[in-house]
Design a protein around this ligand. Sequence first.
Ligand SMILES: [Zn+2]
Length: 349
Amino acid sequence: MYHFDLALAALPRHDNLREIEAILPTLKSKGYTGIWVENNYLDDESRNDKVANPEFPGNWDLFNLFDLTFGKKRSAYLPYLQNLAALCRRNELGFYLSFWMPRVNSEALEYLRAHQPSAIGVSDAHLEKSVPCLCTCSNGGGLAFISEMIARLFEAIPDIRGIKVATEDNHALLCDPTCPNAHGTTRAAHAGNLFATIQQAMTKASPQSRLLLYPWFWRDGYEEAIFSRLQDGYMVVTKYESGSLQQIESGIPAEPLFDSSIVSEKPGDGFARWCGKVGASRIIDMVPVGTGIDDFFLANPPYPAGCSGGSPRCENPGYARLWISSAADTQRARPKRSSRPSRSRKART
Ligand SMILES: [Zn+2]
């Protein structure tokens, strides 16, 4: 029972892998092809790191590539992820990771100051003050450090099928032109450097692995700068309904849906544009159907009613889906369709 070539489930919060071991066969039977891991449920300290997580203190931390490759806690994180990947392999499920890049935390900055000072750049962030970041300028040392982190990651976890990479939001800040390594280069050029570096390092480590681009928060010029640097083999994570109009009541002008939404059942402009740009076969529709970190504001969504109800979108979609469902939701009775609107802003989507 496969609806899509790629259907990735996010895992529910858990304390140990025994809980997940019991869930994976269910995911497989429901048609999922793999899981993707973004949230760090292991560590209560890191989510209060004020450098890495200044906007959402107390929220789940996002796994940081540095923590898995150079950080002091990698001896705890890596066995967890390795065992998780092994469980996936046993259940014939793909294993995917997700990183906001080039996000740094206190420990990463401390390490770089001591060992790789040229890898520290400068960004003006959206806090309107200069902050240190992991340098993404071609003349700095940050890109080589990112390559090294990717190499270490794949060496430790060869089973990784792909990595979803996003930038700028969640304090994954790129260098701006004030970085001493910038020499007149733009933030958009640094975005191109970042994605090209990650893709090249992934391909070198595992030629079959796929870079999943997530254009959330891309600024003007990023798209051109990034795509001019990419090789084949990437996919684009989009949100089908984002930007589509939701008409709730007659007489009240419809508003475009901002983010993950499942209420208009219409494609937004962005989705159609991405399909046209990269082809439907490269598109992953990121659907909020569960209780993961990405759907705080969408309780009990009705999606994916179309999968069994015969929606044309689901019968022959031509694109893959990045499910945000948790296993618990797949076992829960499907709620009745509602017209609950999405909120205007949410964290770390
Ligand atoms: Zn820089």
